[in-house]
Design a protein around this ligand. Structure first.
Ligand code: UD1
Length: 426
């Protein structure tokens, strides 16, 4: 079992480059199956969700190779019309994109319900609503989703819930449907724009991504393309919050600062000093911080994926802060572990009330989801003593070599097993 040993009372001080966005990459890789020609995708993060997707693509018969660092070449000219391997699909949420893609390619797909972080109920009714509107029949059978369509036809779809996954999945299914699809009340996350750009690079006609209405004129075929994945705003935000919480300084490069506007605004409100350039963000801690009120919302609101890291920062801010989770109702599982470290947090429905400005103390803690895990690393860095953090596999799903990247930021943490330290890549 791997764990992280995190030295406490450390300050971030250094520079780090942001990798490609997980949530864009996990849709772009499957989208490559929509064409019979080859595609080349750059700036891929080397995270375990991507490893699983590569294995799924290979199991479906695609020829996949990393041509040079972070470039993936995918040739899906000759893939099988088979169900993707359930043992891999079960392990991560974004496997749901195989529904839209295989439906678009073969007119049918049979796939288990997706796995992923336990953030409370995570229905896929809006995905299904979209596929049905496009003319597919969807059957749920003992945890299996069976979707078939003789022909997909463009439709006018109004989503009941603003959903990143449903927006992308319907886009994927509709890009080769006959006629025009209009999807209203869609999510506006930058990753959706990135996926739309990739579809268009392959010859699709998708307009409006990044606004709340997306219009797709179906095309009969898609061709080859080359695409570079956008920087991961959540990874960047995690490093920013780590610098802020430890009272340190970080230069975060290869980032699109605009994508972090809601995070920058909130950190400034707390009293953190921030400077931005065309593709970098400089963060500087401050010892005069003010408590605040944070509410998560779909983009351009404060991202739910940074709620847990932000909570750790707020434990270090004197006074009472309020953090309301509006996107996932069950996304407070990190609170119990933070309380074990001495955090003073009370939960009232969807709001966490944080009495900040008290020292955290190290404790053995366990990550049970990706972003909660990242938050625990930050908690370990600010606390007194060494923290042992297990459940690292959750963090590896979305952060590449987290301990190496944080060491570049000047802090000391080690990945270990009972047999000693592990050095990734060696
Ligand atoms: C994606 C991201 C995740 C992020 C989340 C919100 C990926 C792979 N994951 O997750 O990191 O935290 O967006 O920014 O991109 N909902 C329904 N019915 C549906 C779909 C969603 O009720 O059919 C609800 C969800 O339960 C949730 C809300 O809509 O309350 C938003 O979920 P959604 O945007 O779909 O999240 P994911 O796509 O799963």
């Amino acid at each position: 079992m791997e764990y992280l040993q995190i030295e406490g009372k450390q300050r971030i001080n250094g520079k780090v480059k942001v990798n490609g966005a997980k949530n864009a990459a996990v849709a772009i890789l499957p989208a490559a199956l929509l064409t019979e020609e080859s595609v080349r995708i750059g700036n891929l993060p080397r995270i375990t969700d991507i490893d699983k997707l590569v294995k799924i693509l290979e199991a479906l018969g695609a020829k996949v190779s990393f041509t040079e660092e972070r470039y993936l070449h995918i040739d899906s000219s000759d893939i099988y019309d088979l169900p993707p391997p359930p043992s891999l699909v079960n392990k991560f949420r974004a496997s749901y994109y195989l529904m839209g893609v295989l439906l678009g390619r073969f007119g049918r797909v049979e796939i288990p319900m997706p796995g992923g972080c336990d953030l409370g109920p995570r229905p896929i009714d809006q995905h299904i609503k979209g596929f049905t509107a496009l003319g597919a029949e969807v059957e749920l059978d003992h945890g299996l989703v069976k979707i078939t369509a003789n022909k997909l036809r463009g439709a006018h779809i109004y989503l009941d819930v603003v959903s990143v996954g449903a927006t992308i999945n319907i886009m994927l299914a509709a890009v080769k449907a006959e006629g025009k699809t209009i999807i209203e009340n869609v999510a506006k996350e930058p990753e959706i724009v990135d996926v739309a750009n990739f579809l268009n690079a392959m010859g699709g006609h998708v307009v409006g991504a990044g606004t709340d209405v997306i219009k797709i004129q179906g095309v009969s075929e898609l061709g080859s393309a080359e695409h570079t994945v956008i920087p991961d705003r959540i990874e960047a935000g995690t490093f920013m919050i780590a610098a802020a919480a430890t009272g340190g300084e970080a230069l975060i490069t290869d980032v699109i600062p605009k994508h972090l506007d809601p995070v920058i605004a909130k950190l400034k409100e707390v009293g953190i000093i921030l400077e931005t350039g065309t593709d970098w963000i400089k963060v500087k801690g401050n010892n005069k911080l003010s408590s605040t009120d944070v509410k998560t919302f779909p983009y351009p609101g404060f991202p739910t994926d940074l709620q847990a890291p932000m909570m750790v920062l707020l434990t270090q801010v004197p006074g009472t802060s309020y953090l309301t989770e509006n996107v996932f109702e069950g996304r407070f599982r990190h609170v119990g572990e933070l309380k074990k470290m001495g955090a003073r947090i009370k939960l009232g429905g969807r709001t966490a009330i944080i009495e900040g400005g008290h020292e955290l103390v190290s404790a053995p803690i366990r990550a049970t989801d990706l972003r909660g895990g990242a938050a625990f690393i930050i908690a370990g860095l600010v606390s007194c003593g060494d923290t042992i953090l297990t459940g690292v596999e959750h963090i590896d799903r979305g952060y590449e070599d987290i301990e190496i990247r944080l060491r570049q930021l000047g802090v000391n943490l080690k990945r270990k097993t009972a047999n000693g330290e592990i050095f990734p890549g060696k």
